[in-house]
Design a binder for this molecule. Structure first.
Ligand code: SF4
Length: 225
């Protein structure tokens, strides 16, 4: 993946942020009440929609299997059945189990005393926790500044003409980490706005460019005029 917007990146990132904020308002993320719930949602949302995650979360809540301790006490087949709506449920049940077992030894509040690089390394050492899941947990559960990127970010930035080539998580994340102040509220809101924009306006198949405040500076839109 190549970064194409090499001049004045900080200014461009802030301009984009303000445009997204003007279009969508404050998103107040992440939709969870506890750090463990954030981590659970971050694992369950891998390769599926949030709607499917909500169904799996509701099943867990209704079965009184919503905390790490409660999940530790249920069988693997039961866990698989409860999270089935989130797709890839067998693999995800293993990932949830691995996370629950890890925090039984190293509680989240203990892990969260570390700085971002060490915390990220520990999270990435847990089975099933990749970079996006790790950064989600760091930002939304630990409240520490680690920018989260995803397929929505890549789609938006490709269409704007800021990046080209194959998706590379680390390079795309570095664009934010290297050019924005490490501010938790900014990172929290920025990621939420990008996801909201991808879900509501810049759709995968048919982007709704007429409703989009970014179209004046969007390469995809200019090419389609
Ligand atoms: S103008 Fe269209 S393609 Fe460009 S960011 Fe907006 S919705 Fe996406």
């Amino acid at each position: 993946m190549q970064i194409l917007c090499e001049q004045n990146i900080t200014e461009k990132l802030f301009t984009l942020y303000n445009q997204l904020l003007a279009q969508h308002g404050n998103r107040k993320w992440w939709p969870a009440d506890t750090p463990f719930e954030v981590a659970l949602g971050a694992i369950l949302t891998q390769a599926t929609s949030w709607r499917n995650v909500e169904k799996a979360m509701d099943n867990l809540k209704n079965a009184d299997a919503f905390t790490a301790e409660e999940i530790a006490s249920i069988s693997q087949p039961t866990l698989e059945r409860l999270i089935r709506p989130s797709r890839y449920f067998r693999m995800k049940a293993q990932k949830v189990r691995a996370f629950v077992e890890h925090i039984a030894e190293r509680p989240m509040h203990v892990m969260f005393t570390q700085d971002v690089p060490e915390l990220r390394e520990e999270l990435l050492s847990i089975y099933g926790v990749g970079p996006e899941t790790a950064d989600t947990i760091i930002l939304y559960a630990a409240g520490k500044p680690s920018f989260v990127v995803d397929s929505y970010t890549y789609r938006l930035f490709s269409r704007l003409g800021w990046v080209t080539g194959n998706y590379n998580y680390d390079k795309l994340r570095a664009l934010f980490m290297d050019n924005l102040p490490h501010d938790v509220d900014l990172f929290n809101e920025y990621h939420a706005l990008i996801v909201g924009h991808g879900a509501r306006v810049c759709h995968k198949k048919t982007p709704n460019c007429q409703e989009c405040r970014l179209r004046g500076s969007c390469a995809y839109y200019k090419a389609s005029e």
